[in-house]
Design a protein. Sequence first.
Length: 549
Amino acid sequence: MRDSQRMAVIGGVAAIVVGATGFGVYALVGGEEERTPGKENVAAASGGGESPEAVETGPPGAEEVRETAGDFLETWADGDLRQAAAHTDDQTAALEALTAFREEAKVAEVGLNPGAPSGTEVPFRVTAQLAHEDLRQAWAYDGSLEVVRDEQTGDPLVHWEPSVLHPELKEGQSVVTGEAGDPEVETVDRAGDPLTAEDHPTLSAVLADVRKRYADDVEGTPGVRTRIVDAEGKDTGTTLKKLSEGEPGELRTTIDPEVQAAAEAAVAGKAKAAVVAVQPSTGEILAMANSPAQGFNTAFQGSYAPGSTMKVVTAAMLMDKGLASPNAAHPCPKYFTYGHWKFQNDDKFQIQGGTFAQSFARSCNTAFISQAPELENDSLTREAREVFGIGLNWQVGTTTFDGAVPVQKAAQMGASLIGQGGVRMNPLNMASVSATVKSGVFKQPYLVPPEVDGRTLARAPRTMKPAVANGLRQMMRLTAVGGTAARPMAGMSGDFGAKTGSAEVMGQKKPNAWFTAYSGDVAAAAVVPDSGHGGEYAGPIVRKVLDAG
């Protein structure tokens, strides 16, 4: 500061400002003298007193701008942060920010080269050296500052604001350097080969989800970034410099590359379709595909009435209760009225003197609904949950809808026996139903092995009775050989079985086509909404997937 702008203390005599005239006049008051009441000891203008220099006003001149900016940048570059802050109009905030920039942003060295001023604005080039542990990285960017005049002192000063440190900084933000976010995660299939959204668009949302969920559970290191954070230290999403990419962790999934490729090819070109394949012996999900590939994940999250594929669960319940047996006689009339609702079979067919297995193979609706009077309202709900795991909280490793078989009564309960009413499923659920039939026990499907995070898979409260499991396999085999599923399953050998379904939907001209089946150690299910009969539209999709497995 200029000497005239300081309060002088000379020999115990202090200077005070007295507003007796139109400009400041200094009066020297002796510390030990008594003031005469009612009088002021004012020095005459012609002697004894000094007139202070007027405080300068107006924008700083070109020379002041150049020198002030130069002094600030020079002391900042030299590491004299306190002196650099003294060249600003907010020394406290500037010192705090400059110190944090060195310590938190890990700026080990900084070079600052001013450019030609434009009025009171001075551009400058920053060339810094970032140092985080063993990492070293050069960092360069362009900044700018403004020189203003202090209203109290008239001195030219750098106007302090966060953008002086970096042009993208805003109030309340700061720059930090360190590990950023979770480690990158590379998803791989069961063979260890990469699974990418580019190669498998239908898996894009699922892959993104599992990478986020399991970033902390796989071995990997996050990348080191210089980035902007808010006042609470949270990322703002602005990365200024990458010092390292980090080491991605590997997340193994249960996807089988050959079955996955077959699933994708099977639904390709369909306006809307979804398919899932599960390994009955383990519960591992071998494949899932949707069409359109990047649309809603119907395969895992869909909620549709499953139509007659639900008869697999209903048949298990009836056999559990002793109300049906594959080779026992069983009614299949044209019509059956229950809850004041008249139910009928497709094309109003009937089977006279037939067995339960024959009714199952031909998908006779009345054969199932005719047993409704013998059931409790929650009979199907309990069978679905306790034996097939439907409605339990599945821990698949990604977001899924795990089926719903609500307790209903009267006509709605009758409709639920044939997969209508309030029953809701998706291909994952129905693939699991076939897998449970094949293995004889519910094994919760999963995409990410539970060993990755130690989660507990859902377990059904009770195991299917051996006689029921054998009966279901017998009837699904008959359906695949000589029933409604015979055409898509033609030529298949080994241990296999299937069930078709066509679910009527209000407002749709055509039913939703369903098909669920197993062959060897692969079970699969597909739905093709608003298409037609299950054997014709969903069956070929499932067959292609089974063949690949």
